[in-house]
Write a protein that binds this ligand. Structure first.
Ligand SMILES: Cc1cc2nc3c(=O)[nH]c(=O)nc-3n(C[C@H](O)[C@H](O)[C@H](O)COP(=O)(O)O)c2cc1C
Length: 211
C-alpha cells in the first residue's frame, strides 16, 4: 500500500481549471486501479503553509544554538511547528502528484512556499563533503500542469520555469522518477481547446495505471 500526496496549487476546482480537470481524471483512475493506496490531498490554497519569515528564522536560530522548542516564542512555535508537520508528512509519502497552472512562466507562489517548507537539510537532503545529497531515493513524482501556450517544444520551451524548477528540486531531493503531464496550447488555439483537454485527460487515465 502506497501513500500518495496529491498536492494541488490551484484556487479553482476541475470545473474551471484545465490542470485540475486533468488531475481529477488522473487521481480518480488511480484510486480505481490502486484501491488500497492512501491518497492525501494537500490543497495548498486551503492549508496553512507558512512563508519563511522573521519568526521562522529566529526560531530556527534558537534551535540551532541549542535552545529547546519550549524556549521559542508563541509565533515561532506555531510557524516552525507547522513547517515541521509539512516536511514530516512529505517524507512519509511514497508518491507525489503536483498539480499547478502555469502563471507568468512558473507555478503559483504557494507552491514555492510549500517547497521551502519541505526542503529541510537532514530530511529531504543532507550536506556531505561531496556536496548536497538527496534523501528521497525511494519515491516517485508526477507534475500535472496546464499552460495556455506551447512549452514542450519550440521557442517558448526555455521560458517555462515551473516544471523545470520542480524537476531540479526532485533531483535535489534524490527522487529517481519525475514525470510531467501537460495540457497545453488551449489558449493559443481556442478552437482546439476541448480536443487538447480531452487528449490530456485520456493520457492522464493511462498514466494512472502505471504511476
Ligand atoms: C495569472 C496568469 C498568468 C498566466 N501566465 C501564462 C504564461 O506565462 N504562459 C502561458 O502560456 N499561459 C499563461 N497563462 C494561461 C494559463 O497557463 C492557462 O489558462 C492554463 O490553462 C491555466 O491553468 P488552469 O486551466 O488549470 O487554470 C496565465 C494565466 C493566468 C491566470
Amino acid at each position: 500500500m502506497a501513500k500518495v500526496l496529491y498536492i494541488t496549487a490551484h484556487p479553482h476546482d476541475d470545473t474551471q481549471s484545465y490542470s485540475m480537470a486533468v488531475a481529477k481524471a488522473f487521481i480518480d483512475t488511480y484510486k480505481e486501479v490502486h484501491p488500497n493506496d492512501e491518497i492525501i490531498n494537500v490543497d495548498l490554497y486551503k492549508e496553512n503553509i507558512p512563508q519563511l519569515d522573521v519568526d521562522i528564522f529566529s526560531g530556527w536560530g534558537k534551535l540551532r544554538s541549542g535552545q529547546s522548542f519550549e524556549a521559542l516564542s508563541a509565533e515561532e512555535k506555531t510557524k516552525v511547528g507547522r513547517l515541521s508537520e509539512l516536511s514530516e508528512q512529505f517524507i512519509s509519502a511514497d508518491k507525489y502528484v503536483f498539480v499547478t497552472p502555469l502563471w507568468n512562466f512558473s507555478f503559483p507562489p504557494v507552491m514555492k512556499a510549500y517547497i521551502d517548507a519541505v526542503a529541510v537539510a537532514g530530511k529531504t537532503f543532507k550536506y556531505t563533503e561531496q556536496g548536497p545529497v538527496g534523501l528521497l531515493t525511494d519515491k516517485k513524482a508526477l507534475h500535472i500542469q496546464a499552460r495556455g501556450g506551447i512549452y514542450s517544444e519550440g521557442p517558448a520551451a526555455q521560458m517555462e520555469m515551473g516544471h523545470r524548477f520542480l524537476n531540479i528540486i526532485m533531483q535535489f531531493f534524490g527522487v529517481p522518477s519525475f514525470e510531467g503531464l501537460f495540457v497545453e496550447g488551449h489558449n493559443a488555439m481556442p478552437d482546439k481547446a476541448e480536443e487538447i483537454k480531452q487528449n490530456a485527460i485520456a493520457r492522464a487515465k493511462d498514466l494512472a495505471h502505471t504511476f
